[in-house]
Design a protein around this ligand. Structure first.
Ligand code: IVH
Length: 675
């Protein structure tokens, strides 16, 4: 039987192992959430059995011993860690303790993102860049001065500082999501192994022996703490975190634009909740929210333990990564014939839902991630995105299956699978493949296309296997009498389905174009094409030049439309759809919103309250404007929401393009003017 003493010893050993993998080698083998769980269990056991607390317990320590590759640097003041809470009630308990200790209710609190990167302390002497150090064990870190000097977001001189003294600026080094995706995409293209996640990549990039290697990585730095070690008397006027952040900003650092300064528990809970809701809108990954006492005087009163300050707490957010076993790798065929490998997993709860399948994207990704059946793998599910397998967990002494091979034949029709040129995707090239037919019909009926309610994958499979349909045109010949004979479909639902199909006859031409799944034709191109060629006759005869001239349609889309329309089978299908009563025309646009933004390009950056990214763009386009992804001379204005992209804001400033706040957005839509 495991005794508490044995378990404590076991936990210490495991924590020491994983801490070394995380802090020293930058290649953890378990997700952070699993590590936190181990520490939590150890702390609980040590609290229940104080006799088991050892001086060297990892529960008392911050981080891990430093590696020998870099010279040691002693921090001017210890770099502490943060204690964690995992839900709202634990957060309330923390704030109640704070209120009790300080003896007042409405304590000023600052709420900020807990960026998933690594802590860095930068020493400035007389306002000049001097030494950069990682956290290390909290007292002594590693000297990464040369590497950090290559980072554009770290100023070489503190702007506006003329006094003398020594300051440490602390913050987080990270790689933002977009830069990380780009980095991995270029690695995948080069056939190289991918990075597992932005945090480890940032850590690895910072701890390169050769600083030119660091310079090539897209590292960013966000400052969240100012430590005055000596001199700079004018900075003694800073009495709160809000002022400290403003000072850091004026020195030339980025600070999180989403930091909120509030009073009391209710406002704290709301502000922390905002980060939970907007986690996926932020440009960087966060693993929690940090809540800090704003006033420095309060911080002094509260003090710190050897591990963490009592004046701050990390509210950890539900982990989006988990480990599980990869049972097998299968391949599914999509409507275009694309063969997508996916992982069949031992079910695991990730970010609140059970995951038993996860995409592996394509052949290169499987190779780059080197995952094999039987492996322990890290599974990730962020927001609404499809769960994916991130990497495998290397385990010592375990024999792995041999490398997985992409099948040569389609799992559904046994036809040949083909990969051409430098495409990363593999296709089933049999146009009669039943999987493709099925997926085409499912797509045709889907919400974004013909929107036929009640016609999901299962129903389509049933209709196909009972021989009632062979393609989408057959849907429009279905009657209640036949349908109600099908298993699970009574008269009522058969009638409802026929009605839904009937209704879809009136869908505008643009929806039909989306539904037909013409390569490269998305909703925006479909709408623009159908507006220019509002009847199927006009469209069938449109030249590729005329098509390419349509807004949002280039040569590639134009060629794809022309080749679709020239194909005799597709022509036949269109004729059958027309014969079965489909409208196949684009009704003239009824303009019910004022076209306030006609001819104006409005760039949106950051998240705007009340609008998703798509909704904000739709609001602009719906008023006659365009919403390009980048700022140029032609940009009318830039709408800046929470957590904006720094490059867009800087570019706007450089080009003298007006900037509109989130609040000014409504006015802009309504009037087309800048408030
Ligand atoms: S404050 C004594 N603020 O989280 C104050 N830390 O788990 C300690 N982190 O080592 C840090 N975002 O690497 C603070 N806004 C933030 C943070 C943050 C991320 C990291 C930091 C720290 C770790 C503690």
């Amino acid at each position: 039987m495991t005794t508490p003493a044995k378990r404590v010893a076991e936990l210490r050993e495991q924590i020491a192992f994983h801490a070394a993998r995380y802090f020293v080698e930058d290649s953890p083998v378990i997700p952070d959430a699993d590590y936190d769980q181990l520490v939590k269990e150890l702390i609980a056991l040590e609290t229940d059995h104080p006799e088991l607390v050892a001086e060297n317990s990892p529960s008392l320590r911050v981080g891990a011993p430093t590696s020998t590759a870099f010279s040691p640097v002693a921090h001017g003041q210890p770099m502490l860690s943060l204690d964690n809470v995992f839900d709202e009630s634990e957060l309330r308990e923390w704030s109640e303790r704070l209120v009790r200790s300080l003896g007042r209710e409405d304590v000023e609190l600052s709420i900020e993102p807990k960026i998933d990167g690594l802590a860095l302390s930068i020493l400035y002497v007389d306002g000049g860049y001097s030494v950069s150090a990682t956290r290390g064990d909290g007292r002594v870190g590693e000297d990464v001065t040369a590497n950090v000097a290559t980072m554009a977001s770290v100023p070489q001189r503190l702007q506006g500082v003329t006094s003398t003294g020594r300051i440490e600026v602390r913050g987080e080094v990270y790689i933002d999501k977009a830069a990380f995706a780009q980095l991995n995409a270029s690695l995948a293209k080069a056939g190289e192994r991918l990075f597992a996640n932005p945090r480890n990549t940032a850590a690895g990039s910072l701890r390169q022996k050769d600083s030119t290697a660091t310079a090539r990585r897209p590292l960013s730095f966000l400052a969240y703490q100012l430590v005055i070690l000596e001199g700079h008397e004018e900075l003694a006027e800073i009495t709160g975190h809000d002022q400290a952040l403003a000072a850091l900003d004026s020195f030339g650092f980025s600070v999180a634009p989403t930091v909120r300064h509030v009073r009391g528990e209710r406002a704290m809970i709301d502000a922390a909740g905002w980060f939970e809701d907007h986690r996926h809108d932020l440009p960087y990954e966060i693993d929690g929210v940090v809540i800090k006492a704003t006033r420095l005087a309060d911080r002094d009163l509260l003090g710190s333990t050897s591990r963490a300050p009592r004046w701050a707490i990390a509210r950890k957010l539900p982990p989006e990564e988990r480990t599980t076993t990869l049972l097998s790798i299968e391949v599914s065929i999509g409507r275009t014939g694309r063969a997508t490998p996916y992982a069949v997993l031992e079910p695991v709860v990730v970010a609140g839902s059970t995951v038993s399948m996860a995409t592996l994207h394509n052949q290169d990704q499987v190779r780059a991630k080197d995952v094999r059946p039987g492996d322990r793998v890290i599974v990730r599910k962020a927001g609404d995105v499809i769960p994916e397998v991130v990497a495998h967990v290397p385990l010592a002494g375990v024999t792995r299956a041999s490398e997985w091979q992409f099948p040569q034949h389609c799992p559904e029709c046994q036809g040949l699978l083909e990969r051409t040129g430098d495409e990363s995707d593999t296709y089933c090239i049999n146009p009669a493949c039943p999987a493709q037919t099925r997926e085409q019909i499912v797509h045709f009926a889907s919400r974004s296309a013909m929107d036929i309610e009640g016609l999901g994958e299962q129903r389509v499979v049933q209709l196909l296997s009972s021989g009632l349909i062979r393609d989408v045109a057959d849907l429009y010949a279905l009657g209640v009498e036949t349908l109600q004979e099908l298993e699970g479909l009574g008269r009522l639902s058969a009638t409802a389905l026929v009605e839904a199909i009937t209704l879809s006859r009136a869908q505008p031409l643009s929806r039909v174009l989306i539904g037909l799944g013409i390569r490269h034709v998305g909703p925006v191109a479909a709408r623009n094409i159908a507006t220019t060629f509002p009847t199927i006759d006009e469209l069938v005869h449109a030249s590729s030049d005329a098509l390419a001239a349509v807004d949002g349609v280039g040569a590639v889309i134009a060629a794809s439309v022309v080749s679709f329309m020239e194909d005799s089978e597709n022509r036949l299908l269109l004729e059958r759809l027309a014969a079965r009563g489909l409208l196949l025309r684009e009704p003239e646009q009824t303009v019910d919103v004022a076209q306030t933004l006609t001819g104006k390009a409005v760039v949106v950056t950051g998240s705007l309250e009340g609008y998703s990214r798509d909704e904000a763009e739709a609001a602009i386009v719906g008023r006659g404007g365009t919403s390009p992804g980048s700022v140029s001379k032609k940009t009318f204005c830039v709408v800046v929401g929470e957590a904006p992209g720094a490059s867009k804001v800087t570019k706007a400033a450089d080009l003298g393009i007006p900037v509109v706040s989130a609040e000014g957005f409504a006015f802009l839509l309504e009037t087309g003017e800048i408030s």
